[in-house]
Design a protein around this ligand. Structure first.
Ligand SMILES: NC(=O)c1ccc[n+]([C@@H]2O[C@H](COP(=O)([O-])OP(=O)(O)OC[C@H]3O[C@@H](n4cnc5c(N)ncnc54)[C@H](OP(=O)(O)O)[C@@H]3O)[C@@H](O)[C@H]2O)c1
Length: 337
């Protein structure tokens, strides 16, 4: 029997990466997952995954350290680059907190992939690199040709988006210059059950909507995707030989008030956010290119119910004495910080 195909996943203990590692193992891949601290209990769930004992290898690596990355990527045919911080709090030092890990980190991963003769690299970008473009006509769906306006994001001090835009642009530049096969995936807000023992930033968005708290929300149109569908999309773009360029991964959309109404019908027992102000609507985003490749995401209701069940089991919807629930800074209204 041929040995299993070997791939590397950076940031393997994260919310999306854990589901990707689980999927890859279930499909017979041998997986090198990088984590910053293999002994930290926050990564222990990886070792419990089916087929982990025989096919999962954890590597201690920081994306700012090429030597550690090289050890993890050596011998891999494919690499999924997911490791990037998604800060929950206001960013004080953009360079250290997001620009270096996202931009330098991605460039390090690509350099190491080229040296290790990796055949295909999937870089996880974000709709943060697609959606923030004030010049895009309101009546035209945003597709892969739409890029967020970097100056607009800088003016709003939206450093996470700036970092994702620069990292994705630089990935394509590097790929073209060096003949490396790089495809990017741009997911929107990701929810769904978490496998890791800590709560990640995008899950905290939904937890805030359910619990409510002091932060005002805008009634904007949010796009959403299930974490399991993001893992499926990552594997799909990896396995399909014809995939190229960027792929938007944003199948469901709903405005804040409708989301609250839908959740209230499904789970009437929570407080819910009630401080919602109306704003102008922007053009929605389409995932048609990814669907045309064969991607079939699930309905929003399934994602919401599986998320809430997971949160209830984890006990994160209970009130923590004395601490109001807060909306992660990334999702707050500009000027309302
Ligand atoms: N969740 C979303 O809504 C969403 C939407 C679009 C795109 N994305 C992208 O998806 C990716 C994963 O995000 P997530 O939501 O799964 O977040 P997450 O659970 O916070 O995972 C982020 C991962 O990045 C790792 N990391 C951070 N800095 C690192 C460094 N210097 N070296 C090595 N690893 C580092 C973290 O490792 P530690 O545990 O050691 O900190 C963690 O495993 C990111 O690229 C993010 O931009 C997320």
């Amino acid at each position: 029997m041929a040995p299993p195909q070997r791939v590397c996943v950076t940031g393997g203990g994260g919310f999306i990466a854990s589901w990707l590692v689980k999927l890859l193992l279930s499909r017979g891949y041998a997986v090198h997952a990088t984590v910053r601290d293999p002994c930290d209990s926050k990564n222990a769930h990886l070792k419990q995954l089916d087929k982990a004992p025989e096919n999962l290898h954890l590597f201690k690596a920081d994306v700012l350290d090429c030597e550690t990355l090289a050890r993890a990527i050596e011998g891999c045919e494919g690499v999924f680059h997911l490791a990037t911080p998604v800060p929950e709090d206001r960013i004080i030092d953009p360079q250290a907190e997001v620009m270096a890990p996202a931009v330098k980190g991605t460039s390090n991963v690509l350099k190491v992939c080229l040296a290790a003769k990796v055949q295909k690299v999937i870089v996880l970008s974000s709709t943060a690199a697609v959606d923030f473009n004030p010049n895009w006509p309101q009546d035209r769906l945003k597709d892969e040709s739409c890029w967020s306006d970097i100056e607009f994001c800088k003016e709003n001090e939206d450093w996470y988006s700036v970092a994702k835009i620069v990292a994705e642009h630089a990935s394509f530049e590097y790929a073209q210059k060096n003949g490396l096969n790089v495809v990017t995936l741009c997911p929107t807000l990701v929810f769904g059950p978490f496998l890791q023992p800590t709560v990640n930033t995008s899950s905290k968005f939904l937890i805030y909507v359910i619990k409510g708290g002091p932060d005002i929300m805008s009634n904007k149109l949010w796009h959403m995707v299930d974490v399991r569908d993001v893992a499926n999309a990552l594997l799909l773009v990896y396995e399909k030989a014809e995939s190229s360029g960027r792929y938007i991964c944003a199948p469901n959309s709903i405005c804040t008030k409708d989301l609250v109404d839908l959740l209230k019908k499904m789970y009437p027992g929570y407080n819910y956010v009630n401080n919602i102000i109306d704003v102008d609507r922007k053009a929605p985003i389409t995932s048609q290119k990814l669907r045309d490749l064969g991607w079939e995401p699930r309905e929003l209701e399934e994602t919401l119910s599986d998320s809430v069940e997971c949160y209830e089991k984890a006990g994160v919807l209970q009130d923590s004495a004395g601490y109001p629930c807060r909306l992660p800074h990334l999702f707050r209204l500009a000027g309302d910080q």
